[in-house]
Structures are given as C-alpha cells and as structure tokens.
Design a protein around this ligand. Structure first.
Ligand SMILES: [Zn+2]
Length: 293
C-alpha cells in the first residue's frame, strides 16, 4: 500500500464538511452536538433541532445501525443531513472492527468515522488505527480515535466496563495524533452511560495538558456526557473540546414516551421525536452552537 495521505491530513481534508464545522467551533469557542441516533425519529429530531436553533450538528450512528438495518439508516441520515438548511454531517461512532470501518467508508454516506481499536493492546491499537485512518482518508472521510480507554458501555457498543479505565496522557495523545487522526477523544474521568453514585469527576488539568500537546493539530471530542450541565460543558470547551457526544439525554426521553400507556404507534413516534428534539435544542443552547449556522 502507498504511504498514507494521512501524513498531512489537514491539507487533504480541510474542506471536509465535518472538519470545517469543528474548525469553526474551535475558533468560536463553542461545542457541536454529536447526537447518538438509533432510529428515524432521532434523525428527524436532530435535523429539526438544528434547523430551529440555526445550529450546526452531527448525526452519530453506531455500527449497530449497520447490523440492524444494513445501510438504510445511514442512507436516511445522509439524505437528511445533506438536504438540511443548516450544516449537518454524518458520523459513525465507536467502529470497533476493521470490517465495520471498511463497510461504512465504502458506502459514501459518512463524513467522519471513529476508529475505536481501544479493546486492543496499545501497539496493535496504534497500528490498526494508522492503517484504517489511511483507508478512510483516501475516501475523504476524517477520523476520530480514543487514546486511553473511556470506561463504561453505550447502547449499541461493546461494553468495556470489565476493562480498566486508562486516562489519556499527553504523550499518548501525541502517539495517536501521529497515526494521522483528525480528532481525538481523551479519557479524563469521563465515562459512558451513568456516572452513578461517585458523580461526575473530571480531570480538567489533564484535558488542558492533552490540549496543550496536540490541540493545534486535532480537534478534541467529548464522550460520556450523561447529566452534564452548562457549567461542565463550558469547562470542557475551555479545555479544547469541540465535538460533544450526547446520547442518554435524548434517548432516555424517547424510551419514557414508549413506556407511556395507551399511545398509538404514530403518536408514540411523533411524541418521541418531539421530546428528543427538545433535549437536543437544550444541549445546543448549553454548548453555545445555537445561532452559529
Ligand atoms: Zn463514546
């Protein structure tokens, strides 16, 4: 294989729609909601929230969407994103196998893909990441990776709860940036799913140190935002975060609607869509992306 174009990804992919979006967010010191979506309701809710708030947004699918619907959900999301009146992109989150990444990259629907090889040991993680980033870059797709290990499980993603959480160091961040990635998701006390009794305890100094080391070359991504408020988001954005993944805040509200007795199918779908839209709009306000599109 030829030497990857990822040697200088910023030159090659500077016009990628998702890259442009995060670059503007970095300059304007606000965050972009990466909305974890499992169904058509979530796609519609994201587009409607972004349109209502005049905010850029990202739709995030998991490889689960691929195994459940083949390319149908991705196709619907890409169509919705591309025809929206505000900038919206499509991202594949936590793609944990080379196969899933190849399949997604080959569809042409995704603007960005998270190459998550964090379940491999570090040497293999780095080697696989480098190879897969090169594959995606050749197709004009930007890549995110996770050095360290963000603990916990997310609906539709393999649970890493049995693996010890590893905090990201600036040195490790550098090693990952050298694989050619465009975006980095540091582990600094953030966990997937509920924060439980211990509560939210983030190491902002670590975030700042990582940002200091690599923040000029890559955009920083926040995973594990369950229960976050405007103050916490603000401190993360101050530490260099531009992409903020949100999941429970909207999908829990959707599930609650589904459990309400006596609703018909269409009513459940419509109400589910509007409660998710509300949740996404609240996040856009907290992240400061409202009015930026
Ligand atoms: Zn995540």
């Amino acid at each position: 294989m030829a030497e990857p174009a990822s040697k200088n990804p910023k030159l090659d992919l500077s016009q990628n729609k998702a890259n442009v979006m995060l670059q503007k967010a970095a300059e304007g010191k606000y965050g972009i909601a990466g909305v974890c979506v499992y169904n058509l309701e979530g796609i519609l809710a994201t587009v409607r929230a972004a349109t209502a708030k005049r905010s850029p947004a990202m739709i995030l699918l998991f490889p689960w969407a691929q195994s459940y619907s083949s390319t149908l959900l991705a196709q619907a999301a890409a169509t919705a994103a591309r025809s929206a009146p505000v900038p919206i992109t499509l991202h594949l989150d936590h793609a944990q196998s080379p196969e899933a990444i190849h399949i997604a990259a080959d569809t042409g629907f995704y603007d960005s893909i998270m190459v998550d090889m964090s379940h491999y040991d570090k040497a293999e993680n780095l080697a696989k990441t480098k190879e897969l980033v090169a594959y995606c870059h050749e197709k004009g797709i930007v890549c995110e990776a996770e050095p360290g290990r963000i603990q916990g499980g997310e609906d539709g993603v393999a649970d890493t709860a049995d693996l010890e959480a590893i905090m990201t160091t600036p040195e490790e961040a550098r090693e990952f940036v050298d694989t050619g990635i465009d975006w980095l998701a540091p582990a600094f006390g953030n966990v997937h799913g509920s924060y439980g009794a211990r509560g939210i305890q983030l190491e902002y100094e670590r975030l700042h140190a990582v940002n200091e080391a690599v923040g000029k070359e890559v955009r920083m991504v926040l995973h594990g935002t369950d229960g976050f408020d405007e103050r916490i988001y603000g401190k993360c954005i101050e530490g260099g975060i531009t992409k903020v993944n949100i999941n429970g805040v909207l999908n829990k509200r959707y599930l609650k609607v589904q459990r309400e007795a006596g609703l018909g199918v269409s009513e459940t779908i419509e109400r589910g869509t509007s409660v998710m839209q509300e949740a996404i709009e609240e996040c856009m306000d907290m992240l400061g992306s409202s009015g930026r599109a």
